[in-house]
Design a protein around this ligand. Structure first.
Ligand code: ZN
Ligand code: ZN
Length: 285
């Protein structure tokens, strides 16, 4: 019963970065250099500046690995295009735009699904029917101070439960400095290049976090093992959001059963910090 998993025995190095960042070029409050200074000082390894419907060139600064990008915003729900160096005409339907981003070699991430007073920036039916996007934001820091829910693991679990396999990303969506640096994706790669970071973000060899670090994610046989030194509780979540096991401590393993559908781990620590692995699943499930 082999597992389909983006991980083998990932022990790092882990490179962390923010994929969703605004500047004064759109509705952010800071100049690009000020944003860059904050993320570099916080120890982030990569950064994408993703202003609304314009591509902001990164400042010449070699402290960070640069991913170009844009937030496709007008004429529909928002989505990130990462690894592309131009903005898009937003008139076509979202599926056509997803396909353009992917054809351009980019990564397409649907943003803040639960933003807004009705908690529905992206209707669930759209998440289910759209194809070929890479994933969705399962945490978006700026929504913590806006209406709606910054977390969207509920939406993600519903997709995974109908075998719509997409990755979960965490971002700051920074518009002002209190929004971050806080949430990030951490990719497992020894190579400090945009291509290596993009490859890991595309194949799921990363975890998403609101501030807690994972040191190891391993899959051997049908056992998923997670180690997060600062975690006090690790939970394994499966189909339809069922909590399959809860372990108190900084390390835990779970033997995946065929009926679980998929399994992902959540590592919880102090100060509301949580790290989320990507799902692993039974090959036939
Ligand atoms: Zn947005
Ligand atoms: Zn944004």
């Amino acid at each position: 019963m082999p597992l389909v998993s983006p991980y083998d025995d990932c022990r790092g190095p882990w490179l962390k970065g923010n994929l969703h960042t605004h500047t004064r070029r759109s509705d952010g409050r800071q100049e690009p250099q000020e944003v860059v200074d904050r993320y570099a000082a916080a120890g982030w390894d990569f950064l994408a500046l993703t202003d609304h419907d314009i591509c902001t060139p990164p400042p010449a600064d070699d402290r960070l690995i640069w991913l170009s990008g844009v937030e496709i915003s007008a004429n529909g729900p928002h989505m990130l295009a990462i690894g592309v160096d131009h903005a898009y005409d937003t008139a076509p339907p979202r599926q056509a735009l997803i396909d353009q981003v992917i054809a351009d070699g980019g990564l397409c991430i649907l943003n803040h699904p639960n933003w807004g007073p009705e908690f529905v920036h992206w209707p669930q039916a759209d998440l289910e029917h759209l194809l070929r996007y890479n994933g969705l934001e399962i945490h978006n820091s700026v929504v913590e101070r806006l209406e709606g829910n910054a977390s969207a693991t509920d939406r993600w679990d519903r997709l995974l439960s109908i075998r719509h396999w997409v990755w979960g990303y965490a971002t700051d969506d920074l518009h002002d400095l209190p929004d971050g640096p806080r949430s990030y994706c951490a990719v497992c790669t020894a190579e400090r290049t945009p291509a290596a970071v993009m490859a890991a973000l595309r194949c799921g060899r990363f975890y998403a976090s609101t501030g807690l670090d994972i040191s190891r994610i391993a899959v051997a046989g049908n056992v998923l093992t997670v180690e997060a030194p600062e975690a006090d509780t690790i939970r394994f979540v499966g189909r339809w959001g069922v909590v399959l096991d809860t372990v108190h401590g900084p390390a835990a393993s779970y033997e995946v059963r065929a009926r679980d559908g998929f399994v992902r781990a959540e590592c919880h620590g102090s100060r509301l910090r949580t790290a989320y692995t990507q799902p692993v699943r039974i090959e036939s499930a």
